[in-house]
Design a protein around this ligand. Structure first.
Ligand SMILES: Cc1ncc(C[n+]2csc(CCOP(=O)(O)OP(=O)(O)O)c2C)c(N)n1
Ligand code: SF4
Ligand SMILES: [Mg+2]
Length: 762
């Protein structure tokens, strides 16, 4: 275990016992450290850290400025910028989030600004898998960041304090990652201890170090100038020396921390290694499993031990070399792969550490295990030990590198059954929808009443995993009914994607592609171009006619805004449809930029010190309209004829003139905190209050397609807000200012829209 028996000492600070998860310990340590700024973006399984910190902030328990970014690239940029201002900075992420920030990380280390990033590790896409392995943290190995590994919730807390202390040393000044196993450590509660007073933590860390700061205009500095040779290699050399300094400082910092807390850590956690003949090398939680197995084997006379680093950058080569000196064979198990590299990175680093000892004869076996969160049980650890024992006995390694835990398919097993046969073009072409260009260049749509299209088969089958009352699929179904013929869809990550596909099943009766939700528009524009190019070359059947539709959530239009604008500016022939449920629902209802002011989400809590989201909702249709694409629209499920006609226009424009974009407001009972049945009424109130006006912008000309005012249906926004659990507080006494601010912003946007509707030049 990482926690040595706690021998009480007078000098030790008072601690309290608890039963907490890794994420809870990460949030607690961040609160106690009292970072100045946290830049963050939600991603499972680390999101909870920001959620918990936001909850504490709403309760007035800390004062960290928490900045919700537009994506992890933005979050890392916010953090970098904040560090150049001289205060303490925190971030937390996982998987794609780390990869999406990756290019910012060497800038952080190359300019030597310390900060702390907690990484709840998770498999890297694709295919998408939210469970824990180490494939994300391996991407950080070459970024110049210190990397601490935390094997359990207690270690998450302790390593956060230790890592920051090392990172901020004058001879180190490097950013640090603390990585712990997604779900296994991030979500499992364990008995833990923490300092009773935040002051204990802050005193131990001392004030933030004096840094070159961008916030002293009287002493101007140039941070990050362009650098050529030989300065760049010198810069990297200095970074390498900083890693050495961190390595030299670690034992002392660990000792100081032990004096404060009673918990002892070493750069490498060694379990029964004193006289071990066979060993396994494992990182984080799997090592704990292996320790029990080592005990069992020892009871049977096998001298087995476990080596597990607490720090992998700097890599503790000396300690590992020393630990394996007398070991006859070691199995190095890794939850990540360096494909084609005959072993993942740490295998090679262990081997290279041993190579530097001319007397070392340890046989090394490298095994990849546990990818995508595949469990690592005692039997797996035992297999590793047995491999080591076999190699030690024979004196030779039969299979130096392999995967462990791969299951070959069973050809005898029946193929998964298709839910329904693929749709034919005939089935999806009603012939009832006619679109004609008018002399002014806009379109006329001749469409039957919506019910007449009811016979058209659904492109998404029922039986998917959406919550009861979810508005996504009724709205998408209405929209897709307005589109004739063959459709290829690309879904960005989000509820609609997650609930309709899960290997080997799919709810889609048409061709479906998934891509990362920051890049779907780019991917679909590539597919559109390939379609046209292959048609031009005669490689696809003559007359092939496909409509390309991207489905995204509102969150996808935050992180994926750049890609969507890129596709729009290039004006690719495709439709981007955003279903807006006002938050990142699939990851647990965090705020998106489309979440309106004051709405409660899991990252915009309501409490004495916080009143929901702090800024107004994004006007995505207007942003997209500013790219001058031919068609922009809004729609809701309650107006099927309107939505269907807009779909028909979007299809025509996508085929003939370029990009069409539409935003559909859909209900989300789970996170709006409403009953399943009332979604359509709530969306209607959003429309009638003019929060979500129904309109279109066709070749630059705005037309409101439903105006509640002349028919006496306009309602105040409070009529809409009082219907949802997430907004009820806004209608209570004391919150009038926020409510008035929402009303004023809604009115301002509505009036501008009306002016545009009245004047085609606007
Ligand atoms: C780079 C990256 N960051 C974060 C995530 C985690 N993530 C996946 S879907 C999602 C929320 C999607 O929100 P939205 O687009 O509104 O769709 P919804 O879930 O509401 O349907 C988030 C935060 C991710 N997959 N990749
Ligand atoms: S969380 Fe909301 S958007 Fe997602 S499936 Fe459930 S109801 Fe639909
Ligand atoms: Mg959403």
């Amino acid at each position: 275990m990482t926690i040595a028996p706690s021998t009480p000492r007078a000098s030790r600070a008072t601690q309290v016992d608890g039963f907490r998860t890794g994420n809870e310990m990460a949030a607690l340590s961040a609160k106690q450290i009292d970072f100045h700024v946290m830049g963050y973006y939600p991603i499972t399984p680390s999101t909870e850290i920001a959620e918990l910190l936001d909850e504490m902030k709403a309760a007035g328990e800390h004062d960290i400025m928490m900045v919700p970014a537009d994506g992890e690239h933005g979050a890392a940029g916010i953090c970098y910028g904040a560090t150049t201002g001289g205060g303490r900075v925190f971030n937390a992420t996982s998987s794609q989030g780390l990869l999406y920030s990756l290019e910012q990380l060497p800038v952080q280390s190359g300019t030597r600004y310390p900060m702390l990033l907690d990484l709840a590790t998770r498999a890297v896409s694709g295919p998408l898998d939210i469970r824990g392995d180490h494939s994300d943290v391996y991407y950080a190995l070459n970024t110049g960041w210190l990397i601490f590994m935390a094997r359990d919730p207690q270690a998450v807390y302790d390593m956060n304090l230790i890592a920051l202390r090392v990172a901020e040393r004058a001879d180190v000044r490097l950013p640090a990652i603390v990585a712990f196993d997604g779900f296994f450590t991030s979500h499992q509660k364990r008995r833990v201890r923490s300092f009773e007073d935040d002051a204990t933590v802050q005193d131990w860390l001392g004030p933030p170090p004096e840094m070159v700061t961008a916030l002293d205009p009287r002493h101007p500095v140039t941070i990050g100038p362009y650098m050529n040779d030989p300065d760049l290699i010198n810069n990297k050399y200095q970074l390498e020396r900083a890693m050495d300094a961190a390595a030299a400082a670690l034992p002392g910092v660990f000792a100081e921390y032990e004096a404060l807390s009673g918990r002892r850590y070493e750069p490498v956690d060694l379990y029964r290694m004193d006289d071990a003949e066979v060993a396994v090398f494992l990182v984080n939680s799997a090592a704990e499993t292996a320790k029990d197995v080592a005990d069992r084997l020892r009871a049977g006379g096998v001298r087995a031990g476990v080596v597990s680093p607490n720090v992998i950058r700097p890599f503790p080569a000396d300690a590992i070399r020393e630990a394996l000196r007398g070991v006859r064979a070691v199995v190095i198990g890794e939850r990540s792969c360096s494909f084609g590299g005959h072993g993942a990175n740490l295998s090679h680093e262990v081997k290279s550490a041993l190579k530097d000892d001319p007397d070392n004869r340890t046989l090394c076996l490298s095994r990849i295990y546990g990818l995508g969160g595949r469990d690592f049980y005692a039997e797996d650890a035992e297999t590793f030990f047995r491999l080591a024992m076999e190699a030690a006995e024979r004196g030779v390694v039969k299979v130096p590198f392999d995967y462990h835990g791969v299951e070959p398919g069973d050809p005898a097993k029946p193929q998964p059954r298709r839910g329904a046969p693929p749709l034919t073009r005939e089935e999806t072409t009603s012939g009832l929808l006619q679109v004609q260009p008018r002399p002014d260049g806009r379109l006329d749509v001749e469409a039957p009443p919506y019910w007449q299209l009811a016979a058209k088969p659904k492109r998404v089958l029922p039986g998917h995993g959406a919550c009861p009352g979810c508005g996504i699929f009724p709205a998408l179904d209405q929209f897709l009914r307005g589109i004739e013929g063959d459709v290829v869809v690309l879904y960005q990550t989000g509820c609609a994607m997650v609930v309709t596909t899960g290997y080997p099943y799919t709810s889609h009766r048409i061709t479906y592609v998934h891509n990362l939700f920051q890049n779907g528009s780019a991917a679909l524009s590539g597919l559109v171009e390939m379609f046209h190019e292959r048609m031009r070359r005669g490689e696809l059947p003559a007359g092939e006619d496909i409509t390309f539709v991207m489905i995204t959530g509102d969150g996808g239009m935050d992180i994926g805004m750049g890609a969507a604008i890129g596709a729009a500016l290039r004006n690719h022939g495709m439709i981007v449809v955003e279903y807006d449920n006002q938050g990142y629902m699939n990851t647990g209802s965090q705020l998106s930029y489309s979440t309106p002011l004051g709405h409660m989400t899991s990252t915009s809590h309501v409490g004495p010190a916080e009143l929901g989201k702090a800024f107004h909702h994004k006007d995505t249709p207007q942003i997209m309209a500013a790219t001058n694409i031919p068609y922009v629209f809004t729609g809701v499920e309650g107006y099927p004829d309107d939505l269907m006609a807009k779909a028909a226009k979007a299809q025509w424009y996508a085929k003939n003139q370029g990009t069409a974009y539409g935003k559909i407001l859909i209900s989300c009972p789970l996170n709006w905190k409403t009953e399943d049945r009332v979604g359509v009424d709530i969306v209607q109130a959003a429309v009638d209050s003019c929060f979500f006006p129904l309109y279109e912008i066709e070749r630059g000309v705005t037309r409101i397609t439903y105006d509640p005012e002349p028919i006496g249906r306009r309602v105040p926004v409070s009529d809409w807000l009082k219907q949802m659990g997430k907004t009820k507080h806004l209608c209570k006494p004391g919150n009038e200012t926020t409510l008035a601010s929402i009303e004023a912003e809604v009115q301002r946007r509505w009036q501008r829209l009306k002016a545009k509707d009245e004047n085609p030049l606007l």
